[in-house]
Design a binder for this molecule. Structure first.
Ligand code: GLU
Length: 465
């Protein structure tokens, strides 16, 4: 039984790098009919927040990464204490009474001697003999790292990795307040939750040998480890706010569809031949760890937008309307009073790459947009005004539908011996404030007769005499 987990620390938003890790863990578990667990690593009391927990849960829900849990580390303190005690009893851990000042001084001396700063084992039992623990100091618990030999694992992404134990010192596993450090909490939980595959960002590679030593000291079998390269920005630096949105929910707010972001993140760092667009089901079917890239991927917003556009095109109009509505409301549009939004989005969805763009393009269906002076200057001429006045009169007399509107336009073109663009461009600008719109008959039909006539009347007054 495959069991994977995503273990974010709730100290900010759900980062898209984290979401990608979660996605890989989720897809791997799903593919093998296994279990995917969400574990919130909330042991950093200063930086963990409720808002961040909510942001993580919202992001997971939006991307529809269904999971067991969430489990919270702060609810498991007794368990960490019990296993720390067991390690002490077995001689694999010990209390350390060194004060922060003392450790600072130690680091200072080591640096002065050009040595790598590391704990010197001063409270290892053999060195502590005869020392009395200082009164009133609550000790931390340190893991007694093996002195010699090395740690090797076959990383599922990076291949074999070996680290000499001489590189590792005795790390703190339990703080004086009884809260575990990351490296201990993660091992205890991965053991208790029977995780078979630890898939995470490669910023944790250096922690893995320490964790492996703790598994061994606890006499537990190792899971498989796979470390996924980071996501970089276009400039090759690690992706951060500087590069644009990095929070998953920001993509929701910017009008992306979750299936597009999911598809994009899956493909960013993993491949299935040349396939760029695939469904969740295909991802689950195809996903494997062999095709996770060993080199970091670069985030490419244009490609994400391209995918989003593909998904918008195929999305259900009612769904798109529901998604676009809040954007329009924020933009001062009363959607209930204008054309059915489903009809409007059907007309516009081929032309946009986000829901935000879709809503922007839909605004003139719900309220008049004043054309810019430049557009008026370019399209409002005295020459064309008589044709537009004639069109206005014809439109006023018809039963309102696209066929009749089209017939009026044709009649005016014939009567004034002019070509379509000569009439249609100023007409568009007058009614929509823009030059790029879907075909004019459908656009006018949806905006509605009274509204079109009112806009024409107002704009005709802006024409030169
Ligand atoms: N809480 C750690 C993080 O957010 C988890 C790393 C891991 O998956 O082991 O980086």
């Amino acid at each position: 039984m495959i069991r994977t987990r995503f273990a974010p620390s709730p100290t900010g938003y759900l980062h898209i790098g984290g979401a990608r890790t979660a996605l890989y863990c989720w897809a791997y578990a799903k593919k093998h009919g296994g279990v995917f667990i969400l574990r919130v690593e909330d042991t950093d009391r200063e930086r963990s927040t409720e808002a961040s927990v909510r942001a993580i849960l919202d992001g997971m829900r939006w991307l529809d990464l269904d999971h067991d849990g969430p489990y919270f580390q702060m609810q498991r303190l007794a368990r960490y204490r019990a296993l720390a005690d067991a390690l002490i009893a077995a001689g694999h851990a010990y209390p350390c009474y060194a004060t922060p000042e003392e450790l600072d001084a130690l680091r200072h001396e080591q640096r002065a001697r050009n040595e790598k700063p590391r704990y010197d084992g001063r409270w290892r039992p053999e060195n502590a003999k005869g020392k009395t623990p200082p009164a009133g100091v609550q000790p931390v618990i340190r893991f007694r790292n093996p002195d010699g030999g090395e740690v090797t694992w076959h990383d599922l992404v990076k291949g074999p990795i070996t680290i000499a134990n001489g590189e590792l010192d005795d790390l703190v596993i339990l703080r004086a307040d009884g809260i575990p450090t990351y490296n201990f909490g993660v091992v205890v939980d991965d053991i208790d939750m029977q995780i078979t595959h630890v898939i995470r960002g490669d910023d944790h590679v250096n922690n893995t040998p320490r964790q492996i030593n703790i598994y061994r000291a606890l006499g537990k079998p190792l899971p498989h480890f796979g470390h996924v390269p980071m996501i970089l920005g276009a400039d090759g630096e690690r992706l951060s706010k500087r590069h644009g949105a990095v929070s998953v929910m920001q993509y929701f707010e910017d009008g992306f569809l979750p299936e597009a972001l999911l598809n994009y993140l899956a493909r960013l760092g993993w491949s299935h031949g040349d396939d760029e667009k695939f469904t969740r089901e295909q991802l689950v079917q195809w996903f494997d760890l062999e095709h996770i890239s060993r080199s970091p991927a670069r985030f490419d917003l244009d490609k994400l937008k391209w995918l989003n556009q593909q998904y918008i095109r195929q999305a259900d109009n009612a769904r798109l309307a529901a998604l676009a509505q809040p954007f329009l409301q924020r933009d001062g549009c009363d959607v209930a009073r204008g054309a059915p939004l489903t009809d409007v989005v059907a007309l516009l969805k081929e032309r946009v790459s986000t829901i935000e763009e879709l809503a922007d393009a839909a605004v003139y269906f719900y309220r008049a947009l004043e054309p810019s002076d430049a557009l008026k200057h370019a399209h409002y001429s005295a020459d064309i005004k008589p044709a537009l006045l004639a069109l206005r009169e014809q439109l006023a007399g018809i039963e309102w539908n696209r066929a009749h509107i089209g017939a009026c336009v044709k009649a005016v073109l014939g009567a004034f011996k002019i070509k379509m663009p000569q009439l249609a461009m100023p007409l568009r600008v007058m009614v929509t404030g823009e030059t790029q719109t879907p075909s004019v008959d459908v656009t006018l039909e949806l905006i509605g007769k009274d509204e079109v006539l009112a806009r024409l009347d107002k704009q005709l007054r802006a024409f030169p005499a």
